[in-house]
Design a binder for this molecule. Sequence first.
Ligand SMILES: [Zn+2]
Ligand SMILES: [Zn+2]
Length: 111
Amino acid sequence: MERGWIANPAEHRRVERSIPVEAIDGMFGGAKVIVLPYPPDDEWFCDVCNAQILTRWGDEPFPVPVDGSYALCGDCYERAGGRWPIRGCVCEGCLPTIKQWKTFLTRLLDG
Ligand SMILES: [Zn+2]
Ligand SMILES: [Zn+2]
């Protein structure tokens, strides 16, 4: 993924965690995959400045901007120019959220 959004950060991570290591082992030039312990599903940190990222707004998932494999906080997103294309992660965790999220994000970007 280039620049886009993780529609449902907590569910996205839950799906990511559920992928068995055997499924991806050897896929990266035969390298052994090492799984690091994941933080709680809704705890995300900016890959640029390490600030905590907002992943919920009340009970609703709050979309996280990503640049390639980097998740960004609001400040770094603004610094990177903001207004990224509404192109969402379609992982099984984000997919159910995408329709609802598109309306929401359109409003957010237009506001
Ligand atoms: Zn940041
Ligand atoms: Zn996802």
